[in-house]
Design a binder for this molecule. Sequence first.
Ligand code: ATP
Ligand code: ATP
Ligand code: MG
Ligand code: MG
Length: 258
Amino acid sequence: MATGKLEYVRELERGNRLPNFNWIVVRIDGWHFHRFSEVHQFDKPNDARALNLMNSCAVSMLEKFPDIIFAYGDSDEYSFIWSEKTNFCERQESQILSQSVSFFTSVYVMKWGEFFPTQELTYPPAFDGRVICYPRVKLVRDYLKWRQADCHVNNQFNTCFWTLVKSGKKKSEAQKYLAGTQTAEKNQLLREFGIDYGALPAMFRKGSCVFRDKVEEGVKLDGGRKPGEETCRRVRVDYCDIIGKEFWDQHSEILVED
Ligand code: ATP
Ligand code: ATP
Ligand code: MG
Ligand code: MG
């Protein structure tokens, strides 16, 4: 049978081009990682191997997709900010989202053994993803502030929760004990257990930022590529404060509004 007659079904495909001039945020999140982290014996509250694996996947994302300008992650989630100028897949939402999620997931599986050499991957992990468009730099920055503030709140809670559980309390008791407590009370509780919250690794407290190094004038770049060529800049991971102004003042080239 000739295919010509059947091609009308393609007309039912829905286009879903994301609006021009908007930064595109793709946030991915581990599916049921509460269980995944237990089955794979993650250290609680923070397994550094798992966080470094997530960070390594995010670095691969920036290397693979030059139009991702910044990424921020903590726990089992990562947000990727695509340039407002990208025309990747003609800005089709389903393609940007599905390529992001599937590439990240494949890299996670491929690199698992590098970060968990003694822990077998016992079932295939999955990530979900969503897309949000922001037309202003202020909104993108507020989005990132929101994620970092969320990381702080969750991490402080989880650090207290697991400190109590490791001291012998039942999970339900620890939950009850912490209900309604403020930041100062949580810090006090940790001090009673000899933990200085501010001295815990920045990767746990602040989450991770992934971005490209600035190109300094006159510096010879890897492979002899010229400055300005996106893909030749080294992608780095840092645990920066992105709530305050300082980081954005120092890296003013990342988010620019014309
Ligand atoms: P959902 O499918 O709705 O996202 P979830 O079980 O993944 O459900 P989240 O709110 O995404 O729930 O939380 C992720 C959970 O994964 C955390 O609560 C924590 O238990 C676990 N987790 C993720 N990363 C780590 C890590 N690096 N170290 C320890 N635990 C982790
Ligand atoms: P796009 O990213 O746009 O999908 P593509 O290179 O994947 O580009 P497709 O139209 O999806 O292009 O075609 C898939 C191509 O992959 C085929 O043209 C063929 O070259 C190759 N391919 C896929 N499966 C097989 C297979 N089982 N044996 C040999 N070649 C294959
Ligand atoms: Mg999750
Ligand atoms: Mg999560």
